[in-house]
Design a binder for this molecule. Structure first.
Ligand code: EPZ
Length: 421
């Protein structure tokens, strides 16, 4: 197993190029199952999770070509399978995203129930109820979801109890091949969903309401391959903005989209960071002590839950007390115990964490527990005095392409090494 070692306390200077969004690449790769022929996806990040979903599609007979630093080309013309096995799904819950397109294209699909994960039970009831509204028969057997329909899915109205990102994506993809119109109410509005809608429109589907919580999908009998670029990763962007906030210095993030981070950018200015935005860049600098600020995680355009852990790390060296409410997931404070090992003063009361800023964190050995918790340990390690050693970094490699190289490129003393046996 590998680990990351950071010698903290060094301000960051230079430029970082942001990669394509993991949480856009996964649904757009799944959408290629809807139409045979060669799709071309640009700016796909080379991550553990994107490699996992490509392995899943390959197991079903999908062909693909991916030149280094080139587009990912995918052709699902010769689909021979319709099953996502437990051994793949247990490594990546987002595998559930193949259920909608497979049942729409083939009339049947069998996907392992994703287990829970570190941050919560992560049920998929909204996905299944939505597919039933489109005419699917859903059976749960042997730890698998079996979905089937005789003939085509039928357009209908699907209303989500709470806006689910992948739930909205699954129903969007299924509805694209359904007969008639589907109205999705209380749909999630994350930018990644806009990227998927743009792809489905390029594939020949008519969709109204992009960016709102009500989507109307006019189903088609068949769709065509598309060529599209994956949007920049807003969570990677936010993570590096807070890395600079923690370490100090001045960095320009290239190939990002400030419009995808409205709530975070306001918060970072409120805590005292200098933020300058252009169409595809953000310049961030810290020249004064960090003020504290409260956050409550919410669906887009509210403060993203995927940036909560990193913000907690930042607030741990602020000059006040920050109150952090985690509204989306029931167990997304796994990073608290690890941040405490670095000297952070954090008290947890249910879904609320109270962070009392300290003058300085001190390096220590810590353990990554989930993707964004591990990112918060990197942010804290960059600020801490001395060495911070982060183990189990396979969590980190699921969602951050070239993180060590990107941070070393702006002056961080960071390296990856083998865990001593
Ligand atoms: C997506 O997960 C993201 N993953 C998550 O990012 C992100 O944290 C989350 O959206 C919230 O923004 C991908 O896009 C691949 P939800 P998703 O359905 O779709 C409950 C990361 O770090 N719910 O929007 O699984 C659920 O428990 C990952 O990149 C149900 O109850 O999240 C949660 O409380 C972590 N039943 C809330 O809804 C369902 O059927 C929102 O979850 C579905 C969800």
């Amino acid at each position: 197993m590998d680990r990351i070692v950071i010698e903290g306390g060094r301000p960051l200077h230079g430029e970082i190029r942001i990669s394509g969004a993991k949480n856009a690449a996964l649904p757009l790769i799944a959408a290629t199952l809807l139409a045979p022929g060669w799709h071309t996806l640009h700016n796909v990040p080379n991550l553990r999770d994107t490699r996992t979903i490509m392995a899943l599609l390959q197991s079903m007979g999908v062909q693909w070509q991916w030149e280094p630093d080139g587009p990912l080309r995918i052709n699902s013309e010769h689909l021979v399978g319709n099953e996502a096995s437990y051994d793949l799904v247990k490594t990546m819950r987002a595998s559930i995203l193949v259920l909608g397109p497979l049942v729409a294209r083939l009339g049947c699909a069998r996907v392992s129930l994703p287990g829970g994960c570190a941050i919560g039970a992560r049920p998929i009831d909204f996905h299944l109820r939505g597919l039933e509204k489109l005419g699917c028969t859903i059976d749960l057997q042997d730890g698998y979801v079996a979905a089937r329909i005789d003939g085509r899915l039928q357009g209908n109205t699907v209303t989500f109890d709470i806006p689910s990102v992948t739930g909205t994506e699954n129903i969007l993809m299924a509805a694209a091949l359904a007969e008639g119109d589907t109205v999705i109410k209380n749909a999630a509005r994350e930018p990644e969903i806009g990227n998927l809608i743009d792809m489905l429109i390029l594939m020949g589907c008519a969709i109204e309401g992009c960016g709102t919580d009500t989507l109307v999908v006019h189903g088609m009998r068949e769709l065509r391959p598309a060529e599209i670029a994956i949007i920049p990763d807003r969570i990677e962007t936010g993570t590096y903005l807070m890395a600079v906030g923690a370490a100090g210095g001045e960095v320009v993030l290239r190939n990002c989209n400030p419009e995808h981070l409205p709530s975070l950018l306001e918060k970072l200015q409120a805590v005292g960071l200098e933020i300058e935005c252009g169409a595809d860049f953000i310049r961030v600098a810290r020249s004064a002590p960090l003020q504290s600020a409260d956050i409550t995680t919410m669906p887009f355009p509210g403060f993203p839950t995927d940036l909560q852990a990193q913000f907690m790390a930042l607030m741990s060296i602020s000059t006040g007390v920050a109150v952090i409410h985690e509204n989306i997931f029931e167990n997304r404070f796994m990073h608290v115990a690890e941040l405490r090992r670095l000297g952070a003063e954090i008290r947890v009361d249910g879904h609320t964490a109270i962070v009392t800023g300290v003058d300085r964190l001190h390096g220590a050995q810590v353990m990554a527990t989930d993707l964004r918790a591990s990112a918060s340990l990197v942010v804290a390690g960059l600020a801490a005095e001395g060495s911070t050693i982060i183990s189990r970094i396979y969590h980190l490699e699921r969602g951050y392409a070239d993180l060590v190289a990107k941070l070393a490129g702006v002056g961080a003393a960071i390296r990856k090494e083998k865990e001593p046996s």
